[in-house]
Every structure is written in C-alpha cells, then in structure tokens.
Design a protein around this ligand. Structure first.
Ligand code: 5CU
Ligand code: ZN
Length: 367
C-alpha cells in the first residue's frame, strides 16, 4: 500500500508525468577522456569501418557510440517517442572512477556543469544525478557535494560499487554519506565491475555479454547493498537514501535469506550480545533506505521489488541508451518491456502512476 504522503502527491497531480530515473548520457567532453585511454575502460575506433565504440569490459567489443549516448537532442527525441515527460540523467559507467586524484575534481565540475546546462536547455524535462570526484582528496569531494546544492538541476549523485576504491562498507565513506544526506542528495547506485570472469566457468566467454550483464551486474549491486547493510551503515547514517539500479539486483529476492544468514551468523554487538538490537534488518533497510528502479523487464521481478520495498519506493527507468532495438526499429525494448511489466504489475491506477513518475517527482523534487 502507498503511504499517505505518496497518495497525496498522486492525488494532487493532475496528470502524473512519466519519469525515467535510469537513463545515461555521456557528455562529449567525457568521451574524449575515454578516447585518450589505452586500457579498458576506453573509447576507440574498431576495424573494419573505424566505428567508435565504448568498451567497458574485457572480452567485449563494446557499444557503438551513436548519438543516443552523447547527444541531448537525441535523448529528448527518445523521450518524446516513448512518451517520457522527464528524465533524470546520469553519467554512464565507468563514471570518474579511473581518473587520477589531481584531475578528478576539475573534471567532475565540468561534467556536472555541462550536464546541468543540457538540463537548462529543456526546462522541466531534464534533471540529473551528478558525478563525484571520488579519487580526489576528501576536501575536493566535500567541496563538490557542497557546490551541487547550488547546481539547479542536480537531484542526487551517481555512485558505483567501488566507492573510494575499497567498496561501499569502507568507513571512510561515512562522512561522505552524511554530507550527501545533509545536502538532500540521494545516491543512484549502479554496477560496473561485475564479478570475476572465472565465476562464469570455462565456457562463460562463449555466451557473449549475457553472464556479466544479466548476472554480474545484479550480483555486484546485491553485494554492494549487502555490504552496506552488514557494515551497519544504515544505523550510523539512518537517513541515507539509495536508489538501487535494476530493482536492487537480487536483493528483494534474497532479502529473507540474507536476513536469516545474518541472524545465524550471530552478529554480536559491542557487549557480545547476539543480534544487536539497534541493527536494522534487511527488511527495515528495504522499506526505509532503499528505492528500487523498475529496470527488471518482467512482472515477477517487479512484484518482488514492490512487495519488499513498497509501491511508494519503486521508480520507472529504461537504461537508455543501452539495449537498443534489435530490429533496427524505433521501439526500445528497455522502454516497452519495462512499461509492459509495470502495466501488468500495478492494476490500481494510483499505484501505476506512483511508479511511472509520482514517486520520482516526490522523492527527487522534480517540479
Ligand atoms: O551493455 C552494457 O555494456 C551496459 C553498460 O556498460 N552499462 C549499463 O548501464 N548498461 C549496459
Ligand atoms: Zn544503467
């Protein structure tokens, strides 16, 4: 059931806009940075036709850097074609994770300012999750968080699972999480690193990118969220808000098992008592700290996500410009399949409207 606050927004809005909260844009200046690299991740021309492609993983010949990746007009055309009113853009992976410490701060500012300018060209249609210069000294990271409060279209930050290079249960991240809460900037959590190729077995490579994308990405997100839960981060930073990609990986499905394992592992509090009473359970975290996007491509996954977090914590997304039409057509399955899943899952109009946009409008203040 939707909370009273969610219902109030749903009722007060004449037509709830359709909002896509999982949609990437790579500013051209950022693509140039990837072109300068010789190691993965990089952007380079591939024979025989010198097509420019983004390569994010080993054993992958990448994705063609068509205008959908970098051109804001193409993004708007995609939105118009699929009746998306508002998009909350994020820089796609690998974000700024690869940058040296001394340039990350400047690059983050340029990325965030150029994305903000694109949003300003289409007032009310575009907002964005900003990139943080996580490899820079802490003062630079905190400086950018403070500056983002004055960047009109920034509505949160995009974060990978490596954090400062040591995972998301790294205690050094706690002050950054607190600063984000103070700045009212939720985290859009997204995978990039996947799992070691060895886990896919000796034949894994024969299956193209299915293993890393269908299993590696969601497991990476699940592990990152489990690390946050196990480290007690949500007790130390109780208001931390995370919007988890791909419906939280597998967290909704595995929540019961993870919670059971935590209990059986007898996590001790400082006095040696079993199950620290202040510990937030996986269920608590799912209902109070985690939003889930709807990029799960089927009713079954969406129902599970909704049952664990609540209908007021699910937000529609497409993952554009990844997963383009397979037939060279103009209907993107990442839109049509996820839309169909939402239509099948939410029989009540009120619930459907919350997921398709009402939740994003409320949580990200898209007015
Ligand atoms: O298909 C891919 O390579 C990707 C990727 O790298 N990042 C993403 O968000 N979706 C798909
Ligand atoms: Zn994505």
């Amino acid at each position: 059931m939707a909370t009273a606050a969610a219902r109030a927004v749903a009722k007060s809005t004449l037509k709830t806009p359709v909002v896509d909260i999982h949609t990437h844009l790579y500013p051209p200046f950022y693509i140039d940075l990837l072109k300068a690299r010789t190691e993965i991740p990089y952007v380079r021309a591939f024979p025989p036709d010198n097509q420019i492609r983004l390569v994010n993983r080993a054993a992958d010949n990448g994705r063609p850097m068509v205008p959908h990746f970098f051109d804001v007009k193409t993004k708007i055309a995609f939105m118009d074609h699929h009746n998306i009113d508002i998009s909350v853009l994020s820089l796609g992976n690998p974000w700024l994770d690869f940058l040296p410490s001394d340039t990350a701060g400047q690059v983050a500012q340029e990325i965030n300012d150029s994305t903000n300018s694109m949003c300003a060209e289409y007032p009310g249609r575009l907002y964005f999750f900003a990139a943080l210069p996580l490899s820079a000294p802490p003062s630079v990271v905190f400086g950018e968080i403070a500056r983002l409060k004055t960047v009109p279209y920034a509505r949160g930050i995009v974060l990978g699972t490596s954090g400062l290079g040591h995972g998301l249960d790294d205690p050094t991240l706690i002050p950054i999480f607190k600063a984000l809460v103070d700045a009212s900037l939720p985290i859009f959590l997204h995978p990039h690193y996947g799992l070691p190729a060895s886990v896919y077995g000796p034949h894994g490579k024969e299956y193209g990118q299915v293993m890393p994308l269908a299993l590696g990405f969601p497991m990476e997100t699940t592990i990152a969220l489990a690390c946050l839960i196990l480290s007690g981060c949500f007790t130390v930073v109780p208001d931390l808000q995370i919007i988890a990609s791909h419906s939280g990986g597998t967290l909704p499905f595995l929540a019961g098992r993870i919670e059971s394992c935590i209990q059986h592992d007898r996590l001790l509090d400082s006095k040696g008592k079993i199950n620290n009473p202040t510990r937030k359970t996986v269920w608590d975290v799912l209902k109070n700290n985690i939003y889930l996007d709807g990029v799960i491509y089927d009713k079954i996954g969406l129902q599970t996500a909704t049952a664990t977090s609540g209908v007021d914590r699910i937000m529609f997304g497409t993952d554009h410009p990844f997963f383009p039409p397979l037939d060279g057509g103009v209907e993107w399955p990442s839109m049509t399949v996820n839309l169909k899943a939402a239509k099948k899952t939410y029989e009540r109009e009120e619930d459907y409207n919350l997921v398709m946009g009402g939740n994003a409008v409320r949580v990200l203040n898209l007015r």
